[in-house]
Design a protein around this ligand. Structure first.
Ligand SMILES: Nc1nc2c(c(=O)[nH]1)N[C@H]1C(S)=C(S)[C@@H](COP(=O)(O)O)O[C@H]1N2
Ligand SMILES: [Mo]
Length: 334
């Protein structure tokens, strides 16, 4: 809902719009398209748009330069963006501890530059790609998405990134590639949660997508949020964002992407298979065994104003993604 993907089923605008209006709107659309290339739309002035963002950009210099020229996404009419301070101080990133404040307290210890990602498996162009390499030739864009955690809270976050599909096409998967398997960095000296081992998680944190899910235009690789590079607690320098799935699918600080033949075993699914599935599509009709998923708390909220709202099928992106799951029983494949 927050971003529109055109559908073949939609009737052509010129069937219903007077010609003059249609033409001027067409010019506007062309302008907007140019804008997404940073030509015409207002460039993203993060400090004006998002109160509380750091006054000075951070991250490697090549990324700062790229972030300076991004076009601003249209502000959603029906939703307000979660304040920067909430999105960066209420996090899940178990590598830095299990508490919601632990990542913002401790992730600063992580060194994220230089960074590279190993790409291997069923692809014609495997290799170790530097972050700069990964970003070369892609257009970074701002996308405002809802994020729904399986625990029952949600936010609205303006990400900066590019479609994962572009990277997938570049490395040329072969006919055996059916799934992508993602791995987060493990660096004990810089990751307090890994050191103190909760005894629960077998590091590295692993996530996965079916190839068609990875190729879907809503699926992003993000390098920034709120007009800035990603804070470490949000998964710097490179993370996945899959807005129609529960947040745990959106793996942070990625160091490896493998193209594989079989559905990979993922972290939460392995730990508690009866509670967390591989697909993890947001679904208000399928309860978690210990709580309902019918509603969510939109952050920020308070004890007295919990800000509860109904959870939407596929987190509100059903129109765009439902076809990926046609014929599947989403109660079984949760
Ligand atoms: N490596 C790694 N990625 C992770 C997690 C984690 O613990 N480790 N937590 C996930 C969960 S449960 C959620 S809800 C989102 C939270 O992203 P945010 O902190 O940027 O809002 O990150 C996901 N990605
Ligand atoms: Mo989550």
């Amino acid at each position: 809902m927050l971003i529109r993907v055109s559908r073949a089923s939609a009737c052509a605008e010129n069937e219903i719009t007077p010609e003059a209006l249609y033409l001027s709107r067409r010019d506007l659309l062309i302008g907007l398209m140019a804008g997404s290339l940073g030509v015409m739309a207002p460039s993203l002035r993060a400090e004006a748009r998002y109160p509380g963002v750091p006054p000075v950009p951070s991250g490697p210099e090549f990324l700062q330069r790229r972030l300076a020229s991004i076009a601003a996404a249209e502000m959603p009419a029906a939703e307000s963006i979660t304040p920067y301070l909430d999105a960066t101080h209420y996090n899940n990133f178990y590598e830095f501890g299990a508490g919601k404040q632990d990542p913002s307290r401790h992730a600063g210890e992580l060194i994220t530059d230089p960074w590279s990602v190993e790409i291997d498996g069923e692809v014609a162009r495997p290799g170790r790609y530097s972050l700069e390499d990964i970003l070369s030739g892609v257009v970074l864009e701002e996308r405002i998405y809802r994020l729904r955690c399986v625990e029952g809270w949600s936010m609205v976050i303006p990400w900066i990134g590019f479609p994962l599909a572009e990277l997938v096409s570049r490395v040329q998967p072969n006919g055996h590639a059916r799934y992508l398997r993602f791995e987060t960095l493990v660096r004990r000296e810089q990751m307090r949660g890994v050191r103190s081992d909760l005894g629960l998680i077998a590091w590295p944190y692993i996530e996965g997508l079916r190839l068609d899910e990875a190729m879907h235009p809503l699926t992003l690789l993000a390098v920034g949020m709120y007009g800035r590079s990603l804070p470490n607690q949000n998964g710097a320098p490179l993370r996945l964002v899959v807005p129609w799935k529960y947040g745990f699918k959106s793996i942070k600080s990625i160091v490896r992407i493998s193209f594989v033949r079989h559905q990979p075993a993922t972290t939460w699914q392995t730990m508690a298979p009866q509670e967390y599935g591989f697909f993890a599509n947001v679904n208000p009709a399928v309860s978690h065994p210990r709580w309902s998923q019918a509603t969510e708390r939109r952050l920020p909220g308070s004890l007295f104003r919990p800000n509860v709202r109904p959870t939407l099928m596929f987190n509100g992106y059903a129109e765009e993604v439902a076809a990926l799951y046609s014929g599947m029983d989403l109660r079984k494949d949760y």
